[in-house]
Design a protein around this ligand. Structure first.
Ligand SMILES: *[C@@H]1O[C@H](CO)[C@@H](O)[C@H](O)[C@H]1NC(C)=O
Ligand SMILES: *[C@@H]1O[C@H](CO)[C@@H](O)[C@H](O)[C@H]1NC(C)=O
Length: 600
């Protein structure tokens, strides 16, 4: 069954008609492109075009710029443009040219023009090799617009077989690299050739300026079309040794809307020494994210929790820490952050990226250096112990693609004394608290001295009784811990996942029940003046036990999950072993605390 050919955008046809009539008056006829080779890469959803041009000055005067042009309908999706030039016949080291948007007089309004400024004018008779990389987003149109999970995703790409230029072009080739699946249809100009998922067009007759010959190709592209509506990337510098990154994503699938269920994984490439990595969606931690690392990178695979439905959208947060010394440096009396701008997720298009750099409190003389224009402003972020708040530099950029993953710098001045402010505040705070305690204990003792001694004795007995009950509850908690451990041992013996999960559910219910029983006891203990000595230990006990409970539950689900999905591997084993070590250490602490309070 033949699929109907996709509609050629009307604008494209109109453009072709307009350009036929365009006058070459725009271009100074003294430049000629003697050869143009274009490679279009359509293997992902971000379209990359590399145009290698051989530009010749055939006129009498030197020229200091080369004009590049692009139809407005294409230019509006342009995310990046870069030009590199080499003068001479042989390709040598190239220089990066600065590019600006210009409007030559008499130019057709349907086109956007860029001027690549040459480092030195191109003399008469000389040749310049110019490589122009242009990157486009939103340029692959899903067709049909709606598909089932089982169907391949087909998209349409449109371009011109002729290099659209204000100069005459003598010889040219166009090679369109496709992802390798089915090719539904393509425009069959006489020069068209499809070989091994590469579609080629070419011409070796001299064509006048603004030659335009529409081509469309309709092909299969099953790559995830991850488009983030918005990403907020917070980079918080702590001079105590850490750069904390937190990235909030709001992602949509930009490809064909799916009629059925669908799920895709995303890969994030983090810097090599990233640590404390977490991934969280609206509901909480996701166990199905996988992590690999070697000396060059850390790779995180994110698998959304639920199968996602047609036109899916999801929000989640990725966080990780980086060593301070890898990203913050010191030179000329200033510190500076040097880090990449974009998202670590592969082949993602971010419609709006907001990068927030949170500097330590007390930073001054802040300056930003970015390799491309961004909207910039400053904010203040408060966290506990801050007095004046932390200065935040905010950078915003639309349509960010992997090509924008370049280094940018934030320079700032910081006095080391500021670093001591928070600890000093803490110390002062503790000292005041200590004084208050002394005063409090003094009054307390005078009360008990003046009270009948049996009253004090009663109070003390009550504390002891409460502590015993608390102790009993913690013993029960430990028994539940043991049951959980036993259920894992049973799992490896019997393979019964269901009863292992049931054990976890039961344990969860028991923990809740015990914590309910604990509450009134803690309130009563805390309100007793006799408990000042024992209370910190009880508090410590609660924290340690809670932590252990959480770790046990996590380990339990890690083991059950890997069992269920038949996952194996050194990394998983290591993770489980590490969790086990921490749990054992916590257990020891809990037991010794229990022993301590039983001796009062
Ligand atoms: C998420 O996982 C991390 C590490 O695995 C853990 O430290 C954290 O407490 C978890 N958070 C939640 C909300 O479960
Ligand atoms: C930032 O880091 C990159 C990669 O390490 C390096 O190439 C670049 O020179 C650095 N920039 C500055 C201003 O230090």
């Amino acid at each position: 069954m033949a699929t109907p050919p996709p509609p050629l955008r009307r604008a494209t046809l109109l453009l072709a008609a307009v350009l036929v009539g365009a006058l070459a008056s725009t271009a100074r006829a003294d430049l000629v492109i003697s050869r143009a080779d274009r490679r279009v890469d359509l293997t992902s959803h971000i379209v990359r075009v590399l145009s290698s041009l051989k530009v010749e000055n055939v006129g009498p005067d030197p020229d200091s710029q080369v004009l590049l042009s692009s139809p407005n309908i294409q230019a509006k999706n342009l995310a990046a443009i870069r030009a590199f030039a080499t003068e001479g016949k042989v390709k040598g080291p190239s220089t990066v040219l600065s590019i600006e948007v210009v409007q030559p007089s008499g130019a057709p309004p349907e086109l956007t023009f860029f001027s690549a400024l040459l480092p030195k004018p191109l003399e008469k008779g000389k040749i310049l090799h110019l490589d122009v990389l242009t990157v486009f987003t939103h340029s692959l149109q899903p067709f049909p617009e709606e598909i089932n999970q089982a169907e391949a995703q087909l998209v349409v790409y449109q371009d011109s077989a002729h290099y659209l230029s204000p100069y005459p072009v003598k010889v040219q080739t166009l090679a369109i690299r496709l992802p390798g699946g089915r090719v539904e249809s393509y425009t069959r100009h006489p020069s068209a050739k499809l070989v091994d998922s590469e579609l080629k067009y070419g011409s070796s007759e001299e064509l006048p300026p603004f030659s335009y010959l529409p081509v469309i190709v309709h092909f299969e592209n099953n790559n995830p079309f991850a488009v983030a509506k918005e990403v907020i990337r917070e980079i918080e510098i702590s001079h105590w040794g850490n750069v904390q990154i937190t990235e909030h994503y709001n992602i949509a699938h930009g490809g064909a809307r799916l009629k059925g269920e669908f799920s895709r994984n995303l890969i994030a490439r983090l810097p090599p020494r990233a640590h404390s990595i977490y991934y969280r969606d609206e509901i909480g931690n996701i166990s199905t994210s996988h992590l690999w690392s070697d000396s060059k990178k850390t790779q995180l695979e994110i698998e959304p929790r639920f199968p996602l439905f047609g036109g899916w959208q999801t929000t989640f947060t990725v966080g990780y820490g980086l060593p301070l010394q890898d990203f913050v440096f010191y030179s000329d009396g200033k510190r500076f952050l040097n880090i990449t701008f974009g998202s670590p997720i592969e082949e993602i298009l971010i419609e709006k990226l907001i990068v927030k750099v949170v500097l330590p409190e007390g930073s001054k003389d802040i300056e930003v250096s970015a390799p491309f224009p961004t909207k910039q402003w400053q904010e203040v972020k408060y966290s506990h112990l801050d007095i004046v708040g932390r200065p935040v530099v905010v950078l915003e950029k639309p349509d960010v693609i992997p090509e924008h993953n370049l280094y940018f710098q934030v320079y700032y001045k910081f006095n080391n004394i500021s670093l001591l402010r928070e600890p000093l505040m803490l110390i002062t705070g503790f000292f005041l608290l200590f004084l208050a305690c002394i005063v409090y204990m003094g009054t307390d003792m005078s009360i008990s001295k003046s009270s009948p001694s049996y009253l004090a004795k009663l109070q003390w007995d009550e504390v002891q009784a409460t502590v015993q009950k608390i102790q009993g509850i913690f013993e029960q908690c430990l028994a539940v811990h043991d049951k959980l451990e036993a259920s894992l041992r049973d799992l490896s013996r019997t393979g019964d996942i269901q009863s292992c999960k049931a054990a976890r559910k039961a344990a969860d219910a028991q923990f809740k029940e015990l914590s309910k029983e604990l509450k009134p006891l803690l309130t009563s203990l805390q309100s007793s003046p006799q408990s000042y000595q024992i209370w910190p230990k009880v508090e410590d006990l609660i924290i340690k036990e809670r932590e252990m409970q959480e770790k046990l539950m996590t380990r339990h689900s890690t083991v059950v999950d890997s069992f269920e999905k038949k996952l194996r591997g050194q990394h998983l084993e290591n993770r489980i072993a590490l969790q086990q070590q921490k749990i054992a250490a916590l257990r020891q602490e809990v037991e010794s605390l229990l022993e301590y309070i039983s001796e009062i």
